[in-house]
Structures are given as structure tokens and as C-alpha cells.
Design a protein around this ligand. Sequence first.
Ligand SMILES: CC(C)(COP(=O)(O)OP(=O)(O)OC[C@H]1O[C@@H](n2cnc3c(N)ncnc32)[C@H](O)[C@@H]1OP(=O)(O)O)[C@@H](O)C(=O)NCCC(=O)NCCS
Length: 160
Amino acid sequence: MEFDIRPAHLEDAAGLAEILIQIGWFSALKDETPEQTRQRVARHLQMCLQDDSHTLYVAAEVRTGRLLGYVAVHWLPYLILSAPEGYVSELFVHPQTRGAGVGLRLLESVQEEALRRGCCRLSLLNFRNRESYQRGFYAKAGWEERPNAANFVYLVTEKT
Ligand SMILES: CC(C)(COP(=O)(O)OP(=O)(O)OC[C@H]1O[C@@H](n2cnc3c(N)ncnc32)[C@H](O)[C@@H]1OP(=O)(O)O)[C@@H](O)C(=O)NCCC(=O)NCCS
């Protein structure tokens, strides 16, 4: 299948929401109708498109324009680093399009932009129970796992 990689625009919100709905993993989506998901994705996409601190690339089928996958990266000017780091927060390919080279091309687009921006590194979180981890998707693309790093989250809730 022939596809192009291009920067996302606001009109992509419905196609991006459709990919997430089809993947079906995400707890936030379970409490939403498809229309609410589309609206939320549009709101978040709009925030990302407001300045050049974020980049979203989409893969679109050439024949139909249908979205096949996307990647989001956030450019972080750490004070402790010699140059900014790019944090890849999302890389998702439509379940029916996996294994056709889309994910790798999206990742390469981010790597190329990181080079153009003079970044010193890229980072991301990959759960070990995911097929992508078990099949060594990132390791094969040249990424190194940091064995001594722990990943923490703090859930922000109102105290009663
Ligand atoms: C992981 C993912 C982005 C890879 O994209 P893709 O377009 O399917 O993969 P590509 O065809 O570009 O690359 C091929 C490599 O990806 C991996 N891969 C291929 N199909 C895959 C699948 N169904 N699931 C997971 N990884 C897969 C393999 O390592 C493969 O290398 P190989 O052909 O040498 O075995 C995609 O499968 C996906 O969206 N998975 C679900 C979401 C996810 O895990 N995202 C990344 C974690 S943040």
C-alpha cells in the first residue's frame, strides 16, 4: 500500500480518533461516545498545533487519503541537557495496517526532525507487555533501553 507521511492538521481529528477507537486500548475512551472522542482529540490536536513545541505526523493512504497511523513528539528544552530532547508520546498504526512499514516510517520522520532541530536525544515509554516491545520494534530501529530508569506517574485528583 502506498502512503505519504505529512504533518497533521486540524481536519485530521476525526481520522485520528478513528484509529484510537479501532485500537480500543485506552481507558479514557471507554467513558466517551465516539463523538466525544472526536471532539477531545480535536481539542488536544489544536493545542499541539498552536506552536512549534509539538509535532504530529500522520501516515495517509495515497489513493484514498485515509489515515493509517500517527506519531506525536514534544520538544523539551531541558536545562540540564546540551540540546533539547524530543519526547515521543504516541505512535499508533491502525490495526489493519500493521506490519506494512507505516510505524517505522513515522518513527524515522521524528528522528529526521530531531536531527534538523539539533536535539541531543529522543525518548519514549514502551510497556514490556506490548507486542511492539516483545518484537523489539524500537531496538531494531536503533533505540536503546535504559535499564536503570524507573517510570513514575502521579495521578492528579482533587483532594476531598
Ligand atoms: C508498534 C507499531 C507502531 C509498529 O508499526 P507497524 O507499522 O505495525 O510496523 P512496521 O511495519 O513499520 O515495522 C515492522 C516492525 O514492527 C514490529 N511489528 C510489526 N507488526 C507489528 C504488530 N502487529 N504489533 C507490534 N509490532 C509489530 C516488528 O518489530 C516489525 O519488525 P519485523 O518486520 O522485522 O518483525 C504498530 O504495530 C502499533 O501501532 N502497535 C500498537 C501500538 C503500539 O504498540 N505503539 C507503540 C508503543 S508506544
